[in-house]
Design a protein around this ligand. Structure first.
Ligand SMILES: Nc1ncnc2c1ncn2[C@@H]1O[C@H](COP(=O)(O)OP(=O)(O)O)[C@@H](O)[C@H]1O
Ligand SMILES: [Mg+2]
Length: 507
């Protein structure tokens, strides 16, 4: 995967979740704020309705009181209403003041039909003609009460003004002053005559301040809950992102490993087929040189020229042997095969391998001591197990160099495993290389292939067994193999003659 491809691969889902989280923040905010707006608006409307009802109550009560206690008696006594007469004015003032006692009205005026202020609790306004609001005309004509909210501030600046000065908001009520004519019309209502307009103004600043405080509280709550919701969302998205990221990295690593393995495997197949092709001509070179060497004999009277030829021939023989070993090892490693599931007598296999290597071991002064029970049967593949044992013993006497001993001990464990330990008197495994002993091509020998132990490991694992490499207390190296035990039915024929391990390898 190229760099840019993997980059876009990473960016795509996370960009989307980011986008979604921001969209959700906006949605939450918008819905919360509109909810706050809706609630505070309906609260304000309810309050306004209450105030209007209250004002209406005051106004209609005043209307009644004025009619009964002033208009009617005055008319009866004097025949006409003339407020310019101070006696009548005082009479009206008394009625009004007793009615609105304790109601805290900002102003109260009565306009006559001619727009003149006929009565006001502020006496300086009496007789003025230019302060009647235009809406009063409509009330006069329609005889329907009219409400207006007067404010010295607009709503927005009122929002940010926590200490509202008194009279910032007032409710003005215009109420038709009527005279009951005492007759009922066709619809069954009392017919009345509009004689003027009653105007009362109340200071409702306190109520507005309450609403403003309520709005702030609501807004604060909404913003707070939005923030919490958003933070929670972000937290979960982040967590999901991290999880996704980890999973992606893991997948990418696995993919890369798989790719590498595939590459190695195909390379291995190519090399293995080349090695296989090399093996046959190599066998011919080796056996021909061996034959020639035998023909020459070890003639003592041989000329110096013949001795030189002999030297060259034995070099050819030695090197072809070594090459043959390398090719064999490599093929064993590169083309592992599924082990057969026969019952194999490990005793017979040990005798076979030791028998084959005895000559070489004797030459370098290495002996072996063997303690194995007579019955040592495992389930597996005779050829592969022979190769494993062979590699272990070769390593042991190569490590010893000369003069030493290999102790071989076998036993059957309770866990259903056969354990065979090879303990040599050599220098032990190089401690710094303990971790790399099973790596293919790791070797400390000049002409080693580094494939012996990896082959052993592959064979033992493919049998469902275990390989343990240690340097025990007393010195030397110890190789322990554990293989699943088998019952002694149908023992495969392991008694055939010891063979050259370079032959009969699985191809
Ligand atoms: N019995 C042993 N004692 C000490 N070192 C050993 C022994 N067996 C293996 N080794 C070490 O492990 C290395 C790898 O062994 P191996 O895989 O058989 O490859 P090779 O024998 O070709 O070097 C050897 O080079 C040697 O350093
Ligand atoms: Mg080896």
């Amino acid at each position: 995967m190229s760099d840019t491809a993997s980059h876009s691969h990473k960016q795509l889902p996370f960009g989307l979740t980011r986008f979604l989280s921001w969209v959700s923040l906006i949605l939450i905010l918008v819905s919360n704020i509109s909810l706050a707006f809706f609630i505070s608006n309906s609260a304000r409307n309810t309050l306004l309705q209450r105030q209007q009802q209250y004002a209406l109550l005051i106004a209609s009560n005043l209307n009644q009181q004025i009619f009964r206690r002033f208009t009617l008696p005055t008319f009866l006594a004097f025949g006409r209403i003339a407020l310019r007469q101070s006696m009548q004015y005082q009479q009206l003032d008394e009625v009004v003041q007793s009615t609105i006692l304790g109601l805290h009205l900002e102003s109260l005026r009565i306009y006559g039909a001619d727009r003149v202020v006929n009565y006001s609790i502020d006496q300086t306004e009496l007789g003025l003609t230019d302060i009647m609001p235009n809406s009063a005309n409509k009330v006069m004509e329609s005889s329907i009460p009219y409400f207006e909210t007067l404010s010295s501030l607009d709503l927005l600046s009122a929002m940010f003004n926590l200490e509202l000065p008194p009279r910032s908001f007032s409710l003005r009520t215009l109420f038709p002053l009527t005279v009951d004519l005492g007759v009922t019309n066709e619809t069954g209502q009392h017919e009345s005559l509009v004689t003027g307009v009653l105007e009362i103004t109340q200071d409702v600043t306190e109520d507005y301040a309450t609403i403003v405080r309520f709005q702030w509280l609501l807004l604060g709550t909404c913003l707070g809950s939005s923030t919490i919701l958003f933070a929670l969302l972000q937290f979960f998205i982040l967590k999901a992102e991290r999880m996704l990221m980890e999973r992606m990295v893991r997948t990418q690593k696995l993919e890369a490993e798989l790719h590498q393995n595939e590459k190695l495997a195909s390379m291995g197949r190519v090399i293995a087929s080349i090695a296989h092709e090399i093996r046959n001509p190599l066998g011919i070179i080796r056996s021909s040189s061996e034959l020639l060497l035998r023909r020459m004999g070890s003639d003592a009277q041989a000329s110096s020229k013949e001795a030189g030829n002999r030297k060259i021939l034995s070099a050819i023989y030695d090197e072809s042997c070594r090459l043959s070993q390398i090719v064999t090892d490599f093929l064993d490693y590169a083309r592992p095969r599924m082990p057969r599931q026969d019952t194999v007598d490990m005793n017979a296999l040990l005798s076979q391998a030791l028998g084959f290597l005895e000559g070489e071991m004797h030459r370098v002064g290495v002996e072996y001591v063997r303690h194995t029970p007579p019955e040592l049967l495992v389930r597996g593949d005779k050829d592969l197990l022979y190769r494993a044992i062979y590699n272990i013993i070769v390593n042991a006497y190569q490590a010893i160099g000369h003069d030493g001993v290999i102790r071989i001990r076998g036993r059957i464990l309770d866990e259903g495993m056969v354990e065979i330990a090879f303990h040599d008197s050599g220098p032990g495994f190089p401690p710094e290389a303990m971790q790399r002993l099973l790596d293919p091509f790791f070797t400390t020998k000049d002409n080693g292939t580094g494939l012996g132990l990896p082959i052993v490991n592959t064979i033992i694992s493919s049998h469902g067994g275990r390989l343990e490499l240690t340097n025990p207390e007393g010195g030397g190296a110890q190789v322990v193999i554990l293989l699943p035990v088998a019952s002694n039915e149908n023992i495969s024929n392991t008694q055939e003659a010891a063979r050259d391990p370079n032959e009969g390898i699985p191809a």
